[in-house]
Design a protein around this ligand. Sequence first.
Ligand code: FMN
Length: 245
Amino acid sequence: MNDVTELLLRHRSVRSFKPDAVSDDMLETIVRCAQMASTSSNVQAYTVIAVTNPETKRALSVVAGNQRHVEQCPVLLVWCADLSRDRLACANEGVTMVSGTMENFIVATVDVALAAQNAAVAAESLGLGIVYIGGLRNDLREVTRLLNVPELVYPIFGMCLGYPEGPSGVRPRLPLRAVLHREAYDAGVYAAAVAEYDKTMREYYLERTKGKRDTTWSKEMADKFGRPARAYVRDYLEEQGFRFD
Ligand SMILES: Cc1cc2nc3c(=O)[nH]c(=O)nc-3n(C[C@H](O)[C@H](O)[C@H](O)COP(=O)(O)O)c2cc1C
């Protein structure tokens, strides 16, 4: 173990923040760390929009299903996959970017996620807390309007940033053997590993909520994946110029 692995193993999402501002210096350090994430062929296909304006944060919290922490956090980072600068670079060379491919969509989406996670780790190492906000995808057209997001850019998630208020618990993960397979894929471990994790999570929720939340990981996944979610996203992405020919 070292300081970095200990920090990573202590991660927990923070959903309650002190009102203290995050300094520009800190924000810039965090985004510089994000920029140093590996990036496919150096495309750097992301932009992050730092939102501190209370009205904009309030509007974004409504989009996210009235998540209070989106309004309460001092800074909301909105992470966007962004091929628009790459298109400019192509144009500098007299080349028309072929952007309408699933591959380019994956490149941009992976790039922004890697950068964001570097930012998350940097923020936590500086004593800040974060929580990702996928809830922005409830209405990406509204996010696009509020933040003036251009073509070939799409906001993928927000990230609340600020000083944590009060403690929050570390959420247990699946047993290691469920996700670490050696030499070849091995689904044979799943039944027992998921049963074990269901038990762990049930106990975790019961304890955390003083008996009020009685659920398991399997129940949560059935709830999440048992119905279609945000079916409009494909049309929205096409409107933004991410075509899947
Ligand atoms: C892409 C993404 C979107 C998320 N969206 C939300 C969200 O909208 N609201 C929220 O409270 N947490 C959100 N989370 C946080 C997850 O619920 C959390 O990371 C997960 O349950 C594990 O808990 P932990 O981060 O405390 O370890 C999101 C996480 C990710 C990676």
